[in-house]
Design a protein around this ligand. Structure first.
Ligand SMILES: [Mn+2]
Length: 237
């Protein structure tokens, strides 16, 4: 079974690189940081590589340890892609993934291209991090408050704060467990969904001002451009 293979590969690996999709959202970043801390707990030599990420997620534990590039001097034993449908979405990250001796993919998109040596894909899960709870538990990780905070940020992002249809009974069961660990649900919720940078607010203003309605208000259209992003100084980290 894939889960057994994943467990075996993680146990064997000494050096690991964790990657996620381009334009990473809360699930991509939260899942990556949860996996990063889990592998540190196992004593692995691990890098989490995300070239650019929104500043909104800088509050997550270990966000300051994110690297913009992988190491050139080694061939990683294991590459783990999270929340990523295909390798094209690993834009710019392929060198470290492609050259890793073994590749794992953990994802929740039904469209996943099954590109890795071991693919653990559950399209029913509303967030990649919900699958990670299963994987991390099976490899004996102690899901502590910091890992739990990253997992919760992921779940809250990808469920829109528990309001999307994909939410399952497990989502609430897992969240209840995270609460028991002392994860501050209200704080994570606020930081992920309600805190906006000034740049984000400026872009929202532009988008609202340009909004046009068609078909008796059934269709709304608006846009923002790359130039707008530059003008409001919306640089990711
Ligand atoms: Mn996701």
């Amino acid at each position: 079974m894939t889960l057994d293979n994943i467990k075996e590969e993680i146990e064997k690996a000494k050096t690991v690189v964790i990657l996620t999709h381009e334009s990473p959202d809360g699930d991509a970043i939260g899942s990556s940081l949860a996996m990063y801390q889990a592998l540190k707990q196992l004593g692995k030599d691990v890098d989490v590589v995300i070239p650019e990420h929104p500043r909104t997620f800088d509050f997550l534990p270990c966000a300051n340890e994110i690297k913009k590039a992988g190491r050139e001097d080694i061939q990683y034993d294991l590459g783990i892609a999270l929340d990523c449908t295909d390798t094209n979405r690993l834009e710019g990250f392929e060198p470290w993934y492609d050259t890793a001796k073994t590749k794992i993919s953990i994802d929740h998109h039904g469209t996943n291209a099954m590109f890795a040596d071991y693919n653990y894909v559950d399209p029913v899960a509303p967030a990649c991090a919900q699958i990670l709870i299963v994987v991390l538990t099976s490899i004996g990780i102690n899901i502590n408050k910091d890992i739990g905070t990253c997992i919760l940020a992921s779940i809250i992002t990808d469920t829109g704060g528990f309001k999307y249809e994909g939410v399952t009974t497990e989502t609430f069961e897992f969240t209840a467990n995270l609460l028991r660990l002392g994860v501050n649900v209200s704080e994570v919720y606020k930081k992920v969904l309600q805190v906006k940078t000034i740049a984000n607010f400026e872009l929202t203003k532009l988008a609202v001002n340009r909004m046009e309605f068609f078909e008796n208000g059934k269709i709304a259209f608006t846009y923002i451009t790359k130039m707008d992003e530059e003008n409001v100084n919306a640089q990711p980290r």
